[in-house]
Structures are given as structure tokens and as C-alpha cells.
Design a protein around this ligand. Structure first.
Ligand code: 6PG
Length: 258
């Protein structure tokens, strides 16, 4: 089945090294995007894994990114107030946005303080469609890059196994309920139609409970697509995994293509 993009896989000794390598890639991606199209549109992921990446971008790599030309979006958001500890925007704000000279008009958060998650999803979709319609870019691309993590159930963004959102074919953002085991159930997530037309998708994964899922996605993607939403993610140009080797129970650094 050759119609799927072959992933690039980079395995590191630990999350710090994986985050460092991804930060370097983001710097390179940003400079290429700005050179070719005048801006770099990046969608951030939530959760805990990207914390060290965002801190690196805000500190060690901050001067290598022309923040004036960067636009930030989110892959998903929990429907909690902006300052709530579970809020993905808050995590990115405190660890990255508040420390770099990013113009406020370049920050496009998912509204989590309006009347309902459904309204928040509609509003975010309007924002995205206006943004990408107005740019000079071909309409067949959305983000230049989107960062994603993988949950211990194989979810990506807030696309959970068995969710009706996985069948969404036209809407770009929907309101979903996370499984009962999650602290914040009400969420808004990007859908596959908009994620999968990003130029590049970067997974950053750490956490020993995810080893079997990540291995299954990389070694048997066909079967994994039926089980894990993270396996349903595609990209228009590059699909790249930055993996903490402990996650895959693989020691040492290495890169390989499936
Ligand atoms: C979220 C994230 C989600 C995350 C995974 C992994 O809002 O929770 O977007 O998709 O990437 O749940 O989370 P950790 O990085 O905390 O393991």
C-alpha cells in the first residue's frame, strides 16, 4: 500500500536530546518557510512532553527564530479557563510565548472561555479558514508544521480511539469528550482533514507506557491505523518521529526510515 508517506524516525537517548533535535529542526523549518512564503505557521501540541522543547525554543534557540514572522496555533485545547493548569495555551504561554518577541496578533489560541466547546470549535475553524484563505499559499496546505504527542491510548491532539471525530471528513475543528479517565473531558481538537494537509508533522514522544503503541505504529502501520488515532496522522511533505529511546525500549541514538 504505497499511498502513505513513509515516516522518518529519530531515536534519542532521552527526551532532552529528542527535544534539542526537534528545536533545531523547527529553527530550520521556520527559516525555510519565511524565505519561501514570508511566514512560519506552527501548531503546538499540549500535554507535558513538549515542555522542554518550548523552553529550549524560548531560551537556547530564541535568537535563531524571527518571531515577527511566526504564527502560533494549537492542535487541541481543554475547555478550561486560560489560567487553569490543564490549559494547553497557558503551558505554552508560560514556557515560550511570554519569553519571546512574538506579536500578539500572531497568536491564535483556541477560545476556552466562551459559552460552549461547540462554539469554541466553530470559532477556531472560522479563524483557521480565514487565515489560510487569505494567505498567498496554495489552499492545499495548512500549517507549515504541526507538533503532536501520543497518549498512552494512542490518541493524538484530542482525537481519541473510537471517537466520532475520527470520521470527520470536512470540519477542521470539533468539540469532543475525552475518556472518563482524563481529568478534563471537554475539549476542542483539530480533525484529520486539517492536520493531514499540514506540510510537515512532527511527533515528539516520551513515556515508557507508550512503547508498544509507538512500535506498533512504526512497524505495522496498516494494523495500527485501526487501533490508534496517532497512526491515522499523515502529512503532505514530511512525517517525522522524535522518540525518547526509553519509550521504545531502544538504547542509544539512531535514525531509520520504515
Ligand atoms: C493534550 C495533547 C495530547 C498529548 C498527549 C500526550 O492536549 O493532551 O495535545 O495529544 O500530546 O496526551 O501527553 P503527554 O505529553 O502529557 O504524555
Amino acid at each position: 500500500m504505497g499511498e502513505y508517506l513513509k515516516p522518518e524516525v529519530h531515536v534519542f537517548d532521552n527526551l532532552k536530546n529528542a527535544s534539542q533535535a526537534l528545536a533545531e529542526t523547527i529553527v530550520k523549518e521556520a527559516s525555510e518557510a519565511v524565505e519561501k512564503r514570508g511566514q512560519f505557521n506552527l501548531a503546538l501540541s499540549g500535554g507535558k512532553t513538549p515542555l522542554s522543547l518550548y523552553r529550549l525554543m524560548a531560551k537556547d534557540y530564541s535568537k535563531k527564530i524571527n518571531w515577527e514572522t511566526v504564527h502560533l496555533f494549537w492542535g487541541d485545547e481543554r475547555f478550561v479557563p486560560k489560567e487553569h493548569p490543564e490549559n494547553n495555551f497557558a503551558m505554552a504561554y508560560h514556557n515560550l510565548i511570554s519569553k519571546v518577541p512574538l506579536p500578539s496578533q500572531n497568536i491564535h489560541p483556541i477560545q476556552s472561555e466562551i459559552e460552549t466547546p461547540e462554539r469554541a470549535a466553530e470559532s477556531y475553524e472560522e479563524t483557521l479558514r480565514d487565515f489560510f484563505r487569505d494567505s498567498e499559499r496554495e489552499t492545499s496546505y495548512t500549517f507549515d508544521a504541526i507538533l503532536l504527542g501520543v497518549g498512552e491510548d494512542g490518541h493524538a491532539a484530542s482525537l481519541f480511539p473510537g471517537s466520532p471525530a475520527l470520521k470527520e471528513k470536512s470540519r477542521w475543528a470539533v468539540a469532543v469528550d475525552a475518556p472518563a479517565s482524563f481529568l478534563t473531558k471537554a475539549r476542542i481538537t483539530l480533525t484529520l482533514p486539517v492536520i493531514n494537509i499540514s506540510r510537515d508533522v512532527f511527533f515528539l514522544v516520551s513515556g515508557d507506557k507508550k512503547g508498544n503503541i509507538v512500535s506498533s505504529i512504526l512497524k505495522d502501520p496498516e494494523r495500527a491505523r485501526d487501533l490508534y488515532p496517532a497512526a491515522m496522522i499523515e502529512a503532505k511533505e514530511r512525517l517525522v518521529w522524535y522518540v525518547d529511546g526509553r519509550t521504545l525500549n531502544i538504547s542509544g541514538k539512531g535514525s531509520y526510515h520504515e
